[in-house]
Design a binder for this molecule. Sequence first.
Ligand SMILES: Cc1cc2nc3c(=O)[nH]c(=O)nc-3n(C[C@H](O)[C@H](O)[C@H](O)COP(=O)(O)OP(=O)(O)OC[C@H]3O[C@@H](n4cnc5c(N)ncnc54)[C@H](O)[C@@H]3O)c2cc1C
Length: 507
Amino acid sequence: MTDMRIKEIVIAGGGTAGWMAAAAFAKVLGNECTIRLVESEEIGTVGVGEGTVPHLKLFNNLLGIDDVEFVRNTQGTFKLGVQFNDWARLGDSYVHGFGEIGHDISLLPFHQFWIKAMQKGVAADIGAYSLNTVAAPRGRFMPSATDVPPNSPLANVAYAYHFDAGLYARFLRGYAEQRGVWRTEGRIASVELRPHDGFVAALVMEDGERIEGDLFIDCSGFRGLLIEQALHTGFHDFSHWLPCDRAVAVGCERVAQLTPYTRSTARPAGWQWRIPLQHRTGNGHVYCSVHMSDDEAAAVLLANLDGEPLGEPRLLRFTTGARKQAWNRNVVALGLAGGFLEPLESTSIYMIQSGIARLLEMFPQRDFSPVLIERYNARARFEYERIRDFLILHYHATERDDTPFWNYCRTMPVPEQLDGYIRLFRDSGRFFRDGEEMFATPSWVQVMLGQRILPRSYHPLVDQMPEKDLAGFMASVSQVVKACVEAMPMHQAFIDKVCPAPAMATA
Ligand SMILES: Cc1cc2nc3c(=O)[nH]c(=O)nc-3n(C[C@H](O)[C@H](O)[C@H](O)COP(=O)(O)OP(=O)(O)OC[C@H]3O[C@@H](n4cnc5c(N)ncnc54)[C@H](O)[C@@H]3O)c2cc1C
């Protein structure tokens, strides 16, 4: 019988996507396959990507990398959520914190009680009931404690990271090479297709070397060297819903204590990020080129830094959307080669991770079963669309009418499923997560409320709690949260003590 197992995997590109794939494959498939990665220092990487969602911990766990090792090696800090300023109205501020809000009772989520309490005037802002949203602006952080009761908010602290993506890729390169991944430096000049079925046969390097493989992973960035330039897969363009198409990015000197959250401030034609790292603060201004020039965007960015800029702003152009098929023939696209959803909720690196996990789950044989490919692509599409809708919510649910950009976002038609989510929430505060979509109910609820979608009514079962007990219930939850936050160390002190980056890596 013919051996149908995949024996040779070729990864085209060595940015975050390429080295994440190389590291994971080396760990899981290292005994089965040869893994070769091709990258060009001359072309370089996109060089941005500093925020994550909590899931990255699972990826690092798979590789056996712990928080301390990871944060130290990447000049990293911890992230409890994202603070959104000026999004629904100028002057507004809310935090989308990771983790739970309050304390659910039976089948009812906490926010249902909050709606009634708000209507009766006995509730504080929803942020007062979540550990992360209270701790983040106060600069406090700690991972989950093991010496507290299991129902304490401190027993289960949800957090992500900020980190220098270039250092992460370098760290993963060391990891992958130690486990046998073979790296080739050089430019891929062309992609050779098999004449009979159009599968990729080999990458042809500028010096003429042919690199053959069974399975090719396209991690070549926005250009999509294999998936698009060679296989012409096509692209679903989402820019009519997410119209920002450029960013200018610059690091600046760190001038303050490390804050455990990303800050996202809405601007006249987009928004600006601030990401605290140990050696610098990362900043970027994401904007829509229809409504703002590059020079103006750079000026807005530079006028809103906390410290001296560390160089000139770098311009990045992008189109928000996804390949029509993330997996086409024997090519799987990961990272920017597969698509891009702008960085508002820092989801791109997560999508690399989930693409890798999905591929390992659906790892093919050399016959490349179309059923498997179809399933992979359906899951990838689902994931893109659900995250896309979450991002659109931030732009669309606004009362801002002070610029043409915000007027466009506020009045644009949105995808049907998102429209249904908004109508249902506005009606009675209900939200039903669609299967395995990435953002869970607390995330949607915080952003809906933060964007001023206020429910008209609440679940009728809330009335089973006597009205006289409601204020006490709300107060007790917020007091527990407050006491837990008081018990947390400062984020800066935690980093200094537990995971300071080596001084030699400091810029
Ligand atoms: C403005 C902006 C902000 C972002 N912020 C975040 C964030 O906060 N969080 C997050 O998760 N993600 C973020 N991202 C996305 C994140 O940067 C990317 O998902 C991540 O860096 C992965 O990039 P990549 O590896 O796919 O591509 P790249 O970094 O572009 O790497 C491409 C690789 O392919 C190689 N290559 C290309 N062509 C050839 C060739 N012909 N021959 C040989 N090699 C070749 C290059 O040398 C390089 O090694 C952001 C992106 C942008 C644009």
